[in-house]
Design a protein around this ligand. Structure first.
Ligand code: PEP
Ligand code: MN
Length: 254
């Protein structure tokens, strides 16, 4: 079990993490934070440093984005999770509750080693084309440095399928539970890339033993600077959380 600013992830708890792909403005992040909290989210997500395929796409608000996340945290009490892309950014993450290592950095071994020397909880996302074994070895890089607070995240992998952004490897959840004691969460948003598929895949995660889900929510998905097509509105998120909780209760019923 990993304690993230008082929120326990793993063990018998099911954690809902939500927020926009990227922090875009004070109003945007604070509004979404209040909305997702009201629907039952326990952690606020939001990218400040964004790994974008094109260098001409919005790259994130960087340090300013982290400040806005901290403001949203102060207003709502929700601990925050945001992605680090380079070791040089680490000083900006002092007050970040959960540091995300994104799919594209899962095998940035120098970054993983450095994070192993911190005592911060780390959310390690599976690489775009990484095996479960490779994901576990990356977690090992962090833990070998003495930092045992690692949460794993299945976020879909590259396959030949083109109907979805990635292919959610849902079987990774029970396989990881067999191979490791670490908590495992599922990110259905990046796995599918399509908002209407997020709810059924989040329910599948709750049914198969995931310790939580991370879902992208935007107050105006059509205008989002990043990942609008896969973002839920706050109202859609509210519905999804209700269904996910029902599935989790049924799946864990004694
Ligand atoms: C994200 O969570 O914002 C993200 C970029 O995800 P991934 O690294 O899984 O693509
Ligand atoms: Mn995103």
């Amino acid at each position: 079990m990993v304690d993230v600013g008082g929120v326990k992830i793993g063990g018998g708890n099911f954690a809902v993490i939500a927020g926009p792909c990227s922090v875009e403005s004070e109003a945007q992040i604070c509004e979404v934070a209040a909305d997702v909290k009201a629907s039952g989210a326990k952690l606020l997500r939001g990218g400040a440093f964004k790994p974008r395929t094109s260098p001409y796409s919005f790259q994130g608000m960087r340090g300013e984005g982290i400040k806005l996340l901290l403001e949203a945290k102060a207003k709502t009490g929700l601990p925050i999770v945001t992605e680090i892309m380079d070791i040089s950014q680490l000083p900006l993450f002092d007050e970040v509750d959960l540091i995300q290592v994104g799919a594209r950095n899962m095998q940035n071994f120098e970054l993983l080693k450095e994070l192993g020397h911190t005592r911060k909880p780390i959310l390690l996302k599976r690489g775009l084309a990484s095996t479960i074994e490779e994901l576990l070895m990356s977690a090992e890089y962090i833990m070998a440095g003495g930092n045992s607070q690692v949460i794993l995240c299945e976020r879909g992998i590259r396959t030949f399928e083109t109907c979805t952004r990635n292919t959610l490897d849902i079987s990774a959840v029970p396989v990881l539970h067999e191979l490791t004691h670490l908590p495992v969460i599922v990110d259905p948003s990046h796995a599918c890339g399509i908002a209407r598929l997020v709810e059924p895949m989040a329910m599948a995660a709750a049914a198969c033993g995931a310790n939580g889900v991370m879902i992208e929510v935007h107050n105006n998905p059509a205008k989002a600077l990043c990942d609008g097509p896969q973002s839920l509105t706050p109202a859609q998120f509210d519905e999804t959380v209700k269904k996910v909780k029902r599935v989790y209760a049924a799946a864990t019923e004694q």
